[in-house]
Design a protein around this ligand. Structure first.
Ligand code: F6R
Length: 607
């Protein structure tokens, strides 16, 4: 959460570049934005807040009168509020005696650190101000800035990263990380620090010129000094991003990229002649995986929904598996057998709740695998092995294409592990061939955009609704309901359709609608029974079904391509698409920005 961007350059253009830089990181938080910048005469600071998500980094220009002044150093921040409400006082960068600090993370023992500052008065409610004031306190006593940073870094607990500008070092930035994401990149005339590879996309930063900060680094205009080198520098793939293109929002662009998302995930990984998945990332650990009794999927939010899919699919293929919500895992005191393995699923690879479970499992000594999008992210580096989903950068805060990438890779895992066990070569060939047809089918669904938009407009009048399905499409009901809540702020609950009669049916009325996912699969007849139970109580039903079923019920419907019943476990790849578009268009109709849902941020790096 929160985006940090800083730049040091003799070009003198750092202010504008930093405003652009934090603009490229808004997916990490957009409650408020601020920048501190050095000009010949003085150190300047500008801040704005955006409690209604109406502002972006460019609005900082309105607060700056000396934009054309020579600026060799600047440091910016875009905030997702954690410690303290959305206000100018709480907006970063925060000021100490001589230093300014932009911070990402959560200082768990902030009250302890505050005590070290005695009667010091604070302008903000943030833990970040405590950090900068404490660094400056030690610095004023010792005259050694690096030592002071080091001391505070070691005292603070929690995953944190920050960048600091100190007026005694007018041509430098000091960067520190203790488990928080922070990257350095060298351009032809500057050095950039940023909390996310997205910041390097529009800049001329070569892969070999990237460095992931592990401890403390002092940065000047053409080099950096690693204060304590914990690991060799790592290469980070910043992906390729061409902006929104002709799309009004990243979310819509990412929904439409999904045929390619599956191709990327499958690319070079399907061995049709052997009916197997070729997963280089699992190669060295394959023999150990053969011995695994139970696989545990772990993730949060949309990634958790992908975990639910993974567990259901593995079980269908005869492999014992279950799914866990990362933030709940520890409280369940789960019994883990020595031969169990874990699969951690995450788009960002930085989700703190998921990372906590990895630490616990590593302590127990079980195998940790990853299904991750962002290369070299923490989850990618902490796990023993894994497979990248290769979805490319996902900027929409509500995850869409990454979900599809996750379930694509999970399907490959399932084939690989099942082929190690009882799955025949012919079955493997059939599944992989079918999987390669999915991009075309998704493209056909996307062609129905107008029809889906019309359905969204009809759903718009309902403030409360159920999303329901049976079997694996119940998982898609969960994902559809989550998407709707996130970006439309409407109330949605997701249920297995068969549960209706056990209580939820009581809410059905003409003012309550149900979105039912019911393709013509092996549970279709049962789904129809559930739909009829709603209709005879005057409830409104919208159905996502397949194009091979001719029903006689007067239902608003979206038809997706039909799958042979033996491949019905691939319906989630198709049924999720209309649900993403429905939420998107409801948000747009309501005048909301789907790329910036309130209260949310893309990478959830706090517990
Ligand atoms: C939903 C969404 C979140 C994330 C969750 C996990 O649209 O984006 O629910 O899925 O915060 O994030 P990652 O996948 O980065 O671990």
């Amino acid at each position: 959460m929160c985006g940090i961007f800083g730049e040091v350059s003799l070009s003198g253009d750092c202010l504008k570049r930093t405003i652009n830089g934090i603009g490229s990181l808004e997916h990490r938080g957009y409650d408020s934005m601020g920048v501190v910048y050095k000009t010949k005469e003085k150190t300047n600071i500008a801040k704005i807040i955006s409690p209604d998500q109406s502002k972006s980094a460019n609005d900082l220009y309105g607060e700056i009168s000396n934009i054309e002044d020579f600026c060799p150093v600047a440091l910016g921040h875009t905030r997702w509020a954690t410690c303290g409400k959305i206000s100018l006082n709480n907006t970063h960068p925060h000021k100490g005696e001589k230093s300014y600090l932009a911070h990402n993370g959560n200082i768990i023992n902030v009250s302890k650190l505050k005590k070290l500052l005695g009667s010091e008065k604070f302008v903000s409610e943030t833990d970040s101000e405590v950090v900068v004031k404490l660094i400056d306190k030690y610095y004023s006593k010792s005259g050694d800035l690096i030592n002071s940073i080091e001391k505070v870094l070691s005292l603070a607990t929690g995953a944190n990263s920050f960048v600091l500008f100190n007026q005694d070092f007018p041509d430098k930035l000091f960067c520190a990380s203790k488990g928080g994401p922070l990257l350095l990149g060298k351009t032809k005339d500057s050095v950039i620090v940023a909390s996310d590879p997205a910041a390097f996309l529009s800049r001329d930063v070569k892969r070999e010129n990237l460095y992931k900060i592990e401890h403390i680094v002092a940065v000047s205009h053409n080099s950096w000094e690693i204060i304590e080198k914990k690991r060799a520098s790592e290469i980070v793939d910043p992906f390729l991003d061409n902006g929104k293109g002709d799309y009004p929002h990243y979310m819509l662009k990412e929904i439409f990229e999904q045929p390619q998302t599956i191709k990327n995930a499958l690319n070079g990984r399907t061995e049709l002649d052997r009916g197997n998945a070729h997963l280089g990332g699992l190669h060295d650990i394959a023999r150990d995986l053969r011995k695994v009794e139970t696989f545990h999927f772990v993730g949060c939010g949309t990634a958790y929904n992908a975990c639910l899919y993974g567990a259901a699919l593995f079980n269908r293929f005869g492999i014992d598996a279950r799914a866990w919500i990362a933030s709940e895992f520890i409280y369940n005191h789960p019994y883990i057998k020595p031969n169990d393995a874990f699969i951690f699923v995450s788009q960002s690879g930085e989700t703190a709740d998921t990372i906590e479970v990895i630490k616990e499992i590593k302590m127990k000594g079980n195998i940790c695998l990853g299904v991750v999008n962002v290369p070299d992210s923490r989850i990618a580096t902490m796990t023993d092995a894994g497979v990248y989903i290769q979805s490319g950068i996902e900027k929409g805060v509500a995850s869409t294409k990454a979900f599809l990438g996750m379930i694509s890779v999970i399907l490959l895992y399932a084939v690989f592990l099942a082929r190690q066990r009882k799955m025949t070569i012919d079955t493997g060939i059939g599944i992989l061939k079918m999987a390669r047809e999915l991009p075309k089918m998704i493209a056909l669904i996307l062609e129905q955009e107008d029809k889906i938009k019309k359905m969204a407009k009809k759903i718009l009048r309902f403030d409360n609704m159920y999303f329901m399905g049976r079997s694996m499409n119940y998982i898609i009901a969960e994902e559809g309901g989550l998407k709707l809540k996130e970006i439309t702020y409407k109330h949605a609950e997701s249920y297995p359709l068969g549960e209706m009669k056990h209580g939820p049916l009581a809410l059905i009325s003409p003012d309550f609608c149900s979105v039912v996912i019911a393709p013509n699969d092996s549970v279709y007849a049962e789904s129809l029974v559930g739909i009829k139970e709603i209709l005879c109580r005057n409830g409104k039903v919208f159905i996502i079904t397949s194009d091979d079923y001719d029903f006689d019920l007067p239902l608003d419907n979206i038809r997706i391509p039909a799958l042979p019943q033996k491949y019905e476990f691939m319906y989630p790849f198709l049924t999720v698409i209309p649900l993403q578009l429905i939420s998107y268009y409801i948000a747009v109709e309501l005048g909301l920005n789907p790329d910036k849902p309130r209260n949310l941020a893309k990478s959830v790096t706090v517990n």
